[in-house]
Design a protein around this ligand. Structure first.
Ligand code: XMP
Length: 319
């Protein structure tokens, strides 16, 4: 739109003015916010920007390749892809408490990011995809606008430790405006319209202990579920949809044999801002068909259930 085009030009000028000839690093998560921030900043200052993508090994099927390909090959944005999955999965091994899992991931994320930034010779600025709602939330909770609640995604704490100034070109925008800006920047609709994905990734969709095998089972089930949702034309009506792999095995029957495998829970919600949510009312035939596909195609799952909890009292994620 005309307004977004004007906003984009204004922000580009502002970024140039702030950064000058300085170097900027940006933590890319694969989410819409950090992606739009990175593309905008790259338009403003070109290769003075380097993006760092910390791969924690907890992304969905093929997601890392898609992000890396898009930024490196399509946009030609200098991108460091750090495969830290062994480190993350190693430290997560045997951990079952949700908060402990989150804290480990947050700490390692900052460690790895800092290490990579040092390898790059440091930078003068740290770019973040902080939105207006993040600014408001962090002010009311902590009294300081540079610290956000989503500490993982926004690498909170880093700017102080690394002595960097923040570049936050989305600070005045709401989510729908960020999406409009992303369209203005030519980012594909399939990327702009993606459901939110939490910083700790699949770790919080695998209650209990995390193993590479469980993550692999979860990835396959989740991909089938989302494939069915897209094919049925419901993706854009849903705020977020994902599979959860429960740490419970149940008895089933397949052919002549007994099976004893994991339960997969499917979650889908509608929401405006993620603060409250209603469970999405799928047609039962859709759920039945999806469950059959998951059980037939994914070894390790023999039962599928649907989560009919709204928020509150539930949360969207299971951990
Ligand atoms: P809950 O589960 O609290 O989630 O109802 C609300 C929204 O926030 C997302 N979420 C996160 N996003 N880092 C993030 O960037 C996190 O640690 C995190 N935890 C939850 C969740 O996916 C939902 O959209």
């Amino acid at each position: 739109s005309w307004t977004m085009s004007a906003y984009r030009d204004k922000m580009i000028a502002k970024i140039r003015e702030q950064v000058g000839t300085g170097r900027v690093i940006c933590g890319l998560s694969g989410g819409v916010d950090s992606s739009v921030a990175a593309v905008l900043i790259h338009e403003a200052i070109g290769d003075q920007l380097t993006c760092i993508y910390v791969d924690h090994g907890l992304m969905r099927l093929n997601e890392t390749e898609q992000v890396v390909t898009m930024f490196r090959d399509q946009y030609n944005i200098p991108l460091v892809h750090v495969d830290a999955s062994k480190k993350f999965l190693g430290e997560l091994e045997g951990q079952v408490d949700p908060e402990t899992k989150r804290k480990i991931i947050g700490r390692l994320f900052i460690e790895v990011f800092e290490e990579e930034a040092k390898k790059l010779g440091g930078a003068d600025f740290l770019a973040q995809g902080t939105l207006y709602p993040d600014v408001i939330e962090s002010v009311s909770f902590t009294g300081g606008p540079s610290v956000t609640i989503k500490s993982h995604h926004n690498v909170g704490g880093l700017p102080e430790r690394m002595n960097m100034q923040l570049v936050e070109p989305l600070r005045e925008l709401f989510k729908d405006e960020v999406r409009a800006l992303g369209r203005e920047l030519g980012i594909p609709e399939s990327f702009i319209g993606r459901h939110p994905f939490p910083g700790p990734g699949l770790a919080i969709r695998c209650p209990g202990g995390i193993t590479p095998e469980k993550l692999d089972i979860l990835r396959q089930a989740d991909a089938i579920y989302l494939d069915e949702i897209r094919k049925s034309g419901q993706y854009d009506q849903i705020w977020q949809a994902f599979a959860v792999l429960l740490p419970v095995q149940t008895v089933g029957v397949m052919g002549d044999g007994r099976t004893y495998e994991f339960v997969c829970a499917l979650r889908a919600v509608t929401s405006v801002d993620g603060m409250t949510a209603d469970f999405y009312q799928f047609d039962m035939n859709f759920l039945g068909k999806t469950a059959t596909r998951i059980i037939n195609e994914v070894r390790g799952i023999n039962r599928v259930v649907y989560d009919v909890t709204s928020k509150p009292p539930g949360t969207i994620e299971w951990e």
